[in-house]
Design a protein around this ligand. Structure first.
Ligand code: PEP
Length: 255
């Protein structure tokens, strides 16, 4: 079943005390104020996951996610974190292929295919990020570019495996810039992505895939973006760092 999801990507922000405060506040606000059907995923820095987990105890609506994992299960990869490690902490989701990972850590579509495999093999739900640069949009290659990101990192999966994938469309020019894709631009890309998934896996799998929008989404623009027929929620960076702002974004999801 296609789910509405709002995920918060905290990136490399917050001290431990601040992280504990933010999680407690968000969990309480979601519990008290959000009535619609929406799954909330909090992706703090990985070293806080164990400490934060008890704050989610008994929550059906809020889950923990990581911001990345290594493609190998274990081994001599100093400083890295594997999917089995995340699984052992009770983490449910993992963001893969964020544009910052692609840019600063040179992650490729082929490497991301391996990361996706490792995440799925360990029962984690990948939130697979894709998205074009401003130049690619201006030269009108954006649809082809994003289509290829999916093909090269995901289309080796079986339909049963693909059913566990969440997509996040994040135009690079909109991430952290205050520029947001218009709801028409988001809808165009999301509809294309769904159609591309349908061409590989059939309409039923495509219709059941959650496709999130990310890129300067906030409490002012979330409701309009999330109201688009192919936008199933959001991956939120800056606005996920304040409990009130993030809760208002979550409340932008209408069922
Ligand atoms: C992100 O990095 O995933 C993101 C969407 O960031 P922001 O909301 O700050 O643009």
């Amino acid at each position: 079943m296609r789910k509405k999801i709002v995920a918060g990507n905290w990136k490399m922000n917050k001290t431990l005390d601040e992280a504990v405060a933010l999680v407690s506040e968000v969990v309480n606000m979601i519990k008290d104020e959000v009535t619609g059907e929406v799954d909330v995923v909090l992706c703090p820095p990985a070293l806080y996951l164990t400490t934060l987990k008890p704050y989610l105890e008994g929550q059906t609506r809020v889950a923990l996610g990581a911001q990345n994992c290594h493609e190998k299960a274990s081994g001599a990869y100093t400083g890295e974190i594997s999917a089995p490690m995340l699984k052992s902490l009770g983490v449910r989701y993992v963001i893969l292929g964020h544009s910052e990972r692609r840019q600063y850590f040179s992650e490729t579509n082929a490497q991301l295919a391996d990361k996706v495999n490792s995440a799925l093999a360990n029962g984690l739900t990948p939130i697979f990020c894709c998205g074009e640069s401003l130049e690619q949009r201006q030269t009108e290659v954006h649809l082809d570019f994003v289509r290829a990101q999916l093909t090269e990192s995901l289309f080796h999966l079986s339909p049963e495996q693909f059913a566990n994938i969440v997509i996040a469309y994040e135009p690079i020019w909109a991430i952290g810039t205050g520029l947001t894709a218009t709801s028409d631009q988001a809808q165009e890309m999301h509809a294309m992505l769904r159609q591309h998934i349908a061409s590989q896996y059939g309409q039923e799998v495509a219709d059941n895939t959650s496709i999130l929008y990310g890129g300067s989404a906030n409490e002012k623009n979330a409701a309009e973006l999330f109201a688009q027929p192919d936008v199933d929620g959001g991956l939120i960076g800056g606005a996920s760092l304040k409990s009130r702002e993030f809760t208002l974004v979550v409340k932008g999801v209408k069922n």
